[in-house]
Design a protein around this ligand. Structure first.
Ligand code: TGC
Ligand code: FAD
Length: 387
């Protein structure tokens, strides 16, 4: 019996029945609803907003939150598999779900009041309210503690001034989780579309994540009610705690992109005749393909153990850094190598490899660049901070 080329170690057999069912339902959605349209969305730089109700109906928004808040009560591995399958379609779609679930619903759930949870989470789980997460500023995303956005308390209001850059979902968002410096330290606020002084500008000319909507947020003396402050956390551990959740999902997502590329190139190399034999029959192509399968297998095992550690409550941020670094690097290298094996055919979006390769340029940059995660591990090994 031949092995599954995209699961050589039968990692799927380590999943529970429920996890397999979640994976299968997202895989069907991606095959039937995403793959037929996503190449055009990328070409047209259009986020497929028409898919949001179906994504919500599948329970993919806030999947790990308790049902009382509209969540699906799923385990961490199920959430990882959701990210993996969505990113097999496109990193932009996984980004949308990561931001909504891990960067917006999570902080409202973890740091918000009961009134904030009840007001926002069920509507966000239904996809009726879309969120974005504003941490990065134009002067240096790797060092978010240098943020210049300020919130000053004025009675039962806060006055926010500043700006955020490179914000996923910003142009389509109803609310923004904005992190600002206060006299007590960094704090989070829920800003709502339409608040006076709050404006959004879409970022164009992207050559990566073209099927995702990205923008800048501007705050000009925005009056934010105290009721919109996330009172449960003060300090950088607030936003960095959200990043742990999102980086966990991003450790899984790129496995899907790599699988999409490997499947595509296996089919192509099997039928592409060069010098009188299939490309797949050359030693050079086989070594490349085998090496891709090896790296995907390692990434799958790493992600699964990451998930099991999270479910056991033993996950450390440094472990998430290692997984995010390893699995993004694995996927971008594979996407680029697949593009090469496709020859000229690989340069158009008729094939998926170049779209995934370009998308992964963002994925390896956001949520902490590769260098940032390497330095997190370096600090763990040496005890010395080298940022
Ligand atoms: P420092 O700034 O000194 O803050 C230290 C405080 O934060 C705590 N902490 C963490 N807490 C939870 N999780 C973590 N991963 C944490 N890392 C640090 C720490 O314990 C301390 O708390 P306290 O109570 O003692 O004050 O942080 P540091 O020196 O530890 O970190 C430096 C560094 C470079 C690692 C950090 O600044 C960093 O991660 N930079 C990268 C920034 C980043 O990833 N930005 C992402 C923006 S969001 C985004 O990209 C969304 S894309 C989504 C999509 O489209 O899919
Ligand atoms: P910089 O921090 O300027 O880094 C530039 C280079 O310097 C990188 O190669 C980096 O690795 C390197 N570097 C940094 N520090 C060091 C060091 N100490 N030593 C050596 N090298 C170093 N942010 C949000 O808040 N919310 C979002 O929703 C969001 N979505 C995004 C969507 C997209 C498509 C993209 C591309 C970005 C998004 N970001 C978002 C921003 C993202 O998190 C930042 O781009 C990222 O953190 C890096 O920040 P920067 O772009 O300012 O690069």
């Amino acid at each position: 019996m031949r092995l599954d080329p995209c699961d050589l170690f039968d990692v799927r057999s380590l999943l529970s029945d429920e996890e397999r069912a979640v994976q299968d339902s997202v895989a069907r959605f991606v095959d039937q609803r995403v793959l037929p349209v996503i190449g055009d969305c990328f070409d047209q730089a259009r986020f497929p907003a028409e898919l949001v109700p179906e994504i919500a109906a599948l329970g993919l928004l806030g999947a790990t939150l308790p049902p009382a808040y509209g969540g699906g009560g799923m385990d961490a591995v199920a959430y990882g598999l959701i990210c993996q399958e969505l990113e097999r379609g496109d990193s932009g779609l996984r980004s949308f779900v990561s931001v909504q679930s891990s960067l917006c619903m999570h902080p409202i759930f973890a740091y918000g009041s009961e009134a904030q949870r009840l007001r926002w989470l069920p509507a966000m789980a239904r996809g009726e309210r879309i969120g974005c997460f504003g941490l990065t500023e134009a002067h240096g995303g790797s060092d978010p503690s240098s943020m210049k956005t300020r919130a000053v308390r004025e009675g039962d209001q806060w006055r926010l001034d500043g700006s955020k850059m490179w914000i996923t979902n910003a142009p389509i968002a109803d609310l923004a989780i904005v992190w600002a410096q206060t006299e007590d330290g960094v704090q989070g606020f829920i800003l709502e579309r339409g608040m006076a002084g709050f404006s959004v500008q879409e970022i164009g000319r992207k050559m990566s994540l073209r099927a995702s909507s990205t923008g800048a947020l501007f705050f000009d003396q925005v009056q934010v009610p105290e009721a919109n402050r996330l009172a449960g956390v003060v300090g950088m551990k607030g936003p960095l705690g959200c990043l742990n959740q999102a980086r966990f999902g991003i450790s899984w997502g790129p496995i899907g992109a790599a699988i999409a590329c490997l499947r595509e190139v296996l089919a192509y190399a099997g039928q592409r005749e060069l010098f009188g034999r299939p490309l797949a029959a050359t030693q050079s192509a086989q070594i490349k393909l085998a090496d891709m399968a090896r790296r995907i297998t390692g990434a799958q095992l790493l992600a699964l153990q990451l998930g099991r550690l999270k479910e056991a409550g033993r996950l450390q941020p440094q472990q998430v850094s290692l997984a995010k670094w390893n699995n993004c690097r694995m996927a971008i290298d594979i996407a680029r190598e697949c593009r090469d094996l496709l020859g000229a055919a690989g340069i158009t979006t008729e094939h998926a490899a170049i779209r995934h390769a370009l998308n992964l340029e963002s994925v390896i940059t956001y949520e902490g660049t590769e260098t940032v995660h390497q330095l997190v591990i370096g600090r763990e090994l040496t005890g010395l901070t080298a940022f």
